[in-house]
Write a protein that binds this ligand. Sequence first.
Ligand SMILES: [Zn+2]
Length: 266
Amino acid sequence: MIGHHLLGKKRIDVSANLKGKKRLFFLGTNHPFYGKKRPEHSKAMSSRGNPMYGRTKDIDPERGKKITRTAIERGSYRGDKNGMFGRQHRPCSIEKMRLQRIGKHPSPEALEKNKATYRTLEAKDGARKRMIEMLKRGIFSIKPNGPEKELIGYLRATQPHEWKYTGDGSFWVGGLNPDFVNEKTKQMIEHFGCYWHGCPSCFPNHKVKEMGTTEYRVAKYAECGWDCLVVWEHDIRNGNYKELFGRFLTTGQAGMLSREVPMPTN
Ligand SMILES: [Zn+2]
């Protein structure tokens, strides 16, 4: 595919690299040189052996800039800019990709090792922190899910240009990553999955960690000066979120706390 370089085993988005993002996936076995050694003729090219040694002044200063400029103008090949937009791979390509993936799965021993590493709580917490760190640095991205897409559409229609989807890790307050923010009014919206966040009407018996509870998150945001509306998954399913959002705009979070939890209709 154009715009992507096949380096090692992982596909790297060139435009992402230009923005200073790290090539995380070159670590360990993903590194193209993993388990290999530089051949002698390659070593001989180092330092004084390099024909460019001491010739920095000879480099055309415009050259690198031109490459960068072209990449910036072109942008990333996402959405309709992607050559595959709206098209499907041929069955033979699909088979090729399937074969490429084979062997990339960790071996049973590696799996066991990973499991042993993550068995402890500290390790799990470390993994979570690393994940958050990677999200913050834009090393990988999260795309909105179905209900979030519906919310995005609704917010765009009712208050154009006011709300930003930030659930992709692009915005953080008090160590938390809200789903939508309106920076002008310091309002935010959190979309909570009923199971994962222990919705009181759908999963009253599902206990969740403090950090995942509505109370903790709303209070944390309030501490930092933000008003947060919680929209449950079932609010989106039964369409109640529109009314909730309207009420939130007039009363703010304070007016929402006293609201009756609407029962899901399906
Ligand atoms: Zn629910």
